[in-house]
Ligand binder design. Sequence first.
Ligand code: 5GP
Ligand code: ZN
Length: 119
Amino acid sequence: MSDCIFCKMVTGDIPCRKVYEDDQVLAFHDIAPKAPVHVLVIPKVHVASLYELDEVSTPYAHAMISKAPEIAKELGLAEGFRLVANTGEACGQTVHHLHFHILGKFNDSGDTGFPGEND
Ligand code: 5GP
Ligand code: ZN
């Protein structure tokens, strides 16, 4: 998708702090971290959210899930991590290219800053 910032990260047109890449998945540091470790995992095909997964994109979502624990361990999160997919603007999705947040090493409150989470 030509106007999608995450598609532009896949093509290299927008730079990112890459932590992992294979033929299906790209992972990079979030530009505005909400925890001491905050990485985004995205599929290398454009799909807007979990709602739009189809026959082509579902295998990419499976790859994102199966790679997340490996990526988390590489980031020093062997003791635990949180995997979040804000889905739809009503639940805080601001970038409309599917992504999983890997979050870890929280402070004592465990607050991620996502809307509604600590209400
Ligand atoms: P959402 O709110 O859609 O669940 O998450 C989008 C995430 O993308 C946010 O945490 C935001 O900080 C991150 N983000 C937005 N623009 C950029 C960017 O240009 N580069 C990086 N690395 N992260 C971005
Ligand atoms: Zn995209």
